[in-house]
Ligand binder design. Structure first.
Ligand code: XUL
Ligand code: MN
Length: 380
């Protein structure tokens, strides 16, 4: 029996914020104490986590002096070496401070937009110092409740302008292989957030000055909050080569942002996502963006960390089992048919095709789905 122990080569990642989460919710105070970013880095490294992601403010308090910030970066680098852990995504928290109460990149106030840019430039500089090559933008406050107060076409222009401005900075600084990403989310904390799904994000990216340098960080829970199919969204972003990162977690559809531990809901759907990532040999990190239940104390947060990785490893093994199952593969082969290029338009028009004949083809959906369930339930 496999022991499902994570290895650095599994490329697991946690956001610093996921561990720092204190269990606060809109109706209740924190249920566990805070933890510094530096301590989170060390503790994750010890547990064979490959890398961490952060908002720069998770590591360096905004109120730090220049010398304090340098000291924290020095110490972070030391812990990264001591515990063999990398930084693979560094964005900025442009949603927490009340200055961002009506948006960051899309605020009407040019001073708020400039302050937002300052924060992102800082994040990009710190990322580069830590050897991190991705800055992900999650613009949680860029949305609206009072739609008449903000022109949504202007908002799209401002998001585009923001991404172009950051790209120009990366080019000016000569930061090699440094990429940007955006993370779609439909709502929360705003009533509606601009760029609610992966499709919206891809459409925005296509209009940037350097579209090839910007990808999508896709979060499964955000897709489910929109009531969409996470498997399909991941597939589409993967297929166009735009998957810059993935945030693995669980969520009951169409509810508030639950950020449940990966695997706590929707086992079949996340099996399919793991299958996609593994079968396509996607080289990115497997990042968990969730948090421990509010009922967990500081110690139990590590149960959440271990559980997330263990679930991924178990599902990865289930994928291997599924792929090696002769009966399942036989059914799939019959079901999926053979790839056949379309004949010429004239040939096609002249070919007799009987729809009644087509209807007779057996599709085995009952059987194949049951077999998948049995793999997942551990009896196959
Ligand atoms: C919020 C969310 C963020 C981003 C990072 O729902 O997913 O934690 O991943 O800013
Ligand atoms: Mn996320």
């Amino acid at each position: 029996m496999a022991d499902y122990q994570p290895q650095k080569s599994d490329k697991f990642t946690f956001g610093l914020w996921t561990i720092q989460n204190t269990g606060r919710d809109p109706f209740g105070e924190p249920t566990r104490g805070p933890m510094t970013g530096l301590d989170v880095i060390a503790e994750l490294g010890k547990r064979n986590v490959y890398s961490y992601e952060m908002h720069v403010e998770d590591l360096i308090p905004v109120t730090s002096s220049a010398s304090e910030a340098e000291q924290i970066i020095r110490e972070a680098k030391k812990r990264m070496t001591d515990y063999d852990i990398k930084c693979t995504n560094c964005g900025s928290n442009v949603f927490g401070h009340p200055a961002f109460k009506d948006g960051a990149l899309t605020s009407h106030d040019p001073r708020v937009r400039q302050y937002t840019m300052q924060r992102y430039l800082w994040a990009i500089d710190v990322a580069e110092q830590l050897g991190c090559k991705l800055c992900n933008l999650w613009w949680g406050r860029d949305g609206a409740e009072v739609d008449i107060a903000k022109d949504p076409m202007e908002a799209v222009k401002r998001l585009r302008e923001g991404l172009n401005y950051l790209q120009a900075y990366i080019d000016k600084q000569g930061y090699k292989n440094f990429r940007l990403a955006m993370e779609p989310k439909p709502n929360e904390p705003r009533g509606d957030i601009y760029m609610p799904t992966a499709g919206h994000g891809l459409a925005l990216i296509a209009t940037l000055n350097k579209p090839d340098n910007c990808g999508i960080v896709l979060e499964l829970a955000h897709t489910r909050m929109a009531g969409l199919n996470a498997y399909h969204e991941v597939a589409q972003v993967l297929e166009v080569g735009k998957l810059a990162g993935i945030h693995l977690n669980s969520q009951k559809p169409l509810r508030y942002d639950q950020d449940l531990r990966f695997g706590a809901e929707d086992l079949k759907e996340i099996f399919l996502v793991v299958k996609l990532l593994e079968d396509s040999k996607w080289p990115g990190t497997r990042s968990f963006d969730a948090h421990a239940y509010r009922t967990a104390d500081r110690e139990e947060v590590w149960d959440f960390v271990n559980g997330s990785m263990r679930t991924y490893l178990i599902l990865r093994e289930k994928v291997q089992r599924f792929n090696a199952d002769a009966e399942i593969q036989g059914l799939l082969k019959d079901l999926c048919g053979t790839q056949q290029p379309l004949s010429s338009h004239d040939q096609l028009k002249a070919s007799p095709i009987s729809p009644d004949e087509l209807t007779k083809k057996k599709l085995h959906h009952e059987k194949i789905d049951q077999l998948l369930q049995e793999v997942l339930m551990g009896v196959r």
